[in-house]
Design a protein around this ligand. Sequence first.
Ligand code: ADP
Ligand code: MG
Ligand code: MG
Length: 915
Amino acid sequence: MARVHPDIYFFGGGTAEGRADMRDLLGGKGANLAEMASLKLPVPPGFTISTRVCNYFYDHGHKYPKALDTAAAKSVARVEKILGRKFGDAKNPLLVSVRSGARVSMPGMMDTVLNLGLTDETVKGLEAVSGNARFAWDSYRRFCQMYGDVVLKLKPENKNDRDPFEELIERKKIHRGVKEDVELSVDDLRELVSEFRDLIRSRVGRDLPQDPEKQLWEAIGAVFDSWNNDRAIAYRKFNNIPGDWGTAVTVQSMVFGNLGADCATGVAFTRNPSTGARGIYGEFLPNAQGEDVVAGIRTPLQISLAAGREWAERNSVVEAERVARFPTLEESFPLVYKELLKIAQRLEKHFRDMQDMEFTIERGRLFMLQTRTGKRTAEAAVRTAVEMVGERLLDRRAALMRVEPVQLEQLLHPRLDPAAAKEVIARGLPASPGAVSGEVVFSADEATVVQAAGRKVILVRHETSPEDIHGMQVAEGILTARGGMTSHAAVVARGMGKCCVAGCSALEIDYAGGALKVGDRVIRRGEYITLDGSTGEVIAGRVPTVQPEMSDFFVKFMHWADQERKLGVRANADTPSDARLAREYGAEGIGLCRTEHMFFGPDRIDAMREMIMAEDKQQRARALDKIVPMQRADFVGILREMAGLPVTIRLLDPPLHEFLPKEDEEIRKLAENIGTTPERLRQIRDSLEEFNPMLGHRGARLGVSYPEIYRAQARAILEAATALRAEGVRAIPEIMLPLIGERKEFEVLAADIRDVAREVASRDGGKLQYHIGTMIEVPRACIEAGEIAAVADFFSFGTNDLTQMTYGLSRDDSARFLDDYISRGIYKKDPFQELDPEGVGGLMRIAIERGRKAKKNLSIGICGEHGGDPASVKLCHKLGLDYVSCSPFRLPVARLAAAQAAIEGRKSKREFKDV
Ligand code: ADP
Ligand code: MG
Ligand code: MG
């Protein structure tokens, strides 16, 4: 049959005008309904109006394109012919649903109206043909309710109100002394319809339209409108979905799951979406309509017998009771169950992916109403990908492309026990994953005290600063009220692999009173809370967690990834235990070992401060003599864990005043310890104050002004390496100078280090194996890369600083205005989260080109936040870096992203050739 209109796509009767790959035009729902109809699956006939009409509708003051109405009428007629019912017919009425559907699934964000076409007249016809008055009036009742809500916008008047229709139903049930909707009689339903209409008349000022044609067009308009409801807009913003995509509208003939006990409605996944286990998994409700399953009106039943038994066990329901009260679809509809299984397998084969399906059973007949790619946990994603290779649905590369790299991070942290109850009191940003419980404390010092007493703590702050590091180190997790995904708390926590919920703005924190408040809920110092860093949930009390284990599926999957990737993967690790973890998660070395964190420990900080406060070289040397043995021990530990693999150690980087005490009491104590006066200490501290510390006396500049500091650190590293070599452990230290911007600067500092190396070698004997390289993190270093590479052994891009300096944008101050740049479309992404491919990437390209030209086998890597971000990893692959380095917990993310980059590169090369 010829198309009736360029923007209408018919489906049903074994054919369809649309296809699965037309989701841009038909929305995911419409496209897949068409595909299922073409596969001759039982899909109720209907038609989809394209997303183009949605945009037309918005651009033309809520009008429709020419001739759409007559074309739609023809399409309705085609449905009528297939079904032998007529829209608006008083004897045998055709009812339809009007469904929304965008290009990507936006679950529950937009609206749908069911049972459209019912009027005072047609309801009688429905009653007569179905021979079921209860069904007819139940459907009419539902229609009034949905139409009132979606089209006439009759919503609760304020937040604390209930849905006005539900309230009337509730009242009716109480009046009749019944619990469930299904127990209401035909007369009750009739009364409800008239009460609903009274409500509509009094609140909206007009009646429910009695003309089906008018109902249809008003509903279509309302569904288009729902593209721009607040929920949908917020969802799009959060998920980066463009506002101009629009929604399609599908008008589809109704099938009824509410016609009696031989009817039902449900949702099913082709595999278990939380574990990935094979076999159909889902829920259904007998004698109900679609939205009842999600609405949680009744307890839904399980589809398969196996899942039903598991459910019963979890809920302490004995088998006899389960069979009587909670029978599965497999038991109560055995034939439909078999057919559903067959269809599920067929759809999986067809789409080569796990499907999430909606279905309805009308008088024992199965109808498919929707199918889409099923959302799944990381665990399920990995298992499904691996098993689908075994089933020959996918090849390995396709399987690797199926898993979102960021999802993998979930697998390595403990998780909240999904079966446990929880009271969520607030939600912040999921800044660093993991699930932890502990006592609330409000300062870093308090954290160390409580933790030292053997108790677990959650550090709660408005925001954190470098002074809080010692508290963050001992805390189970960190919760802040301010700051974004790249705030200090978020960045440091991710680096430490520690759970963090940041920017939880609903929190009112009272440091003095030792309490946090969310609305009326008060939680005091010492009370337990639980954080879920993967969802941002803040939960009252203690919630049990489950330990992750690396499943065989995960191990196999990561092995495939490693075979594909070209990029090396290293970890950022500052301690032996981090190093061990890093190795376990697949690190091929350490790309960044920061030495400053080593100085924040309670036993170290004093020696460090003494060194900083030294009045002269001798005093400084004396303080350094205390520090060197401690550092040497740190390096022995780390180099031992990484035996045989390179370990890049960055010499001291932050400005010295970050280490100094701020409180009077601490200053007094320190003065006493090092034999000076608090006044003198304050003087020195003030002299170290800087206007712009980020661009101040830090990095290599410290080494230039105080050569003894870098020399001491180099000595600690090289002595550690020699000691290990004597034991037969292969230590490969790479000494890295931060913030270099000039060849001479590097040469001067490197000469100092070589000098120390000669000393160590001549004293301890033997040959030392070590490298000296530099971070590339100031733009000048990129431009001068040729010169610098001539004298440096390796480069490591420090893209946090490089981004700050390329944009002239302070990361720690950008939170205030970066959102404006993103919401006004000036920047697409926060450049501290995702490496800027043009600007920063452009400088990197120059540095790589010039560096490699000067030194062919120059090793080049990247360390810092971007090394664990999938898009940034992909950019690094394209730029031809040797490795990326990221926090241990992000290693699987980086490994998979690197594999995907290699696979994508292969593909685009091939496509290129084809052209
Ligand atoms: P959502 O996107 O919110 O899931 P849907 O358009 O899928 O909205 O519809 C909501 C519910 O109504 C679903 O359970 C769906 O299966 C059911 N439904 C939609 N159209 C029909 C129909 N023609 N017959 C029976 N049930 C339907
Ligand atoms: Mg749906
Ligand atoms: Mg830096």
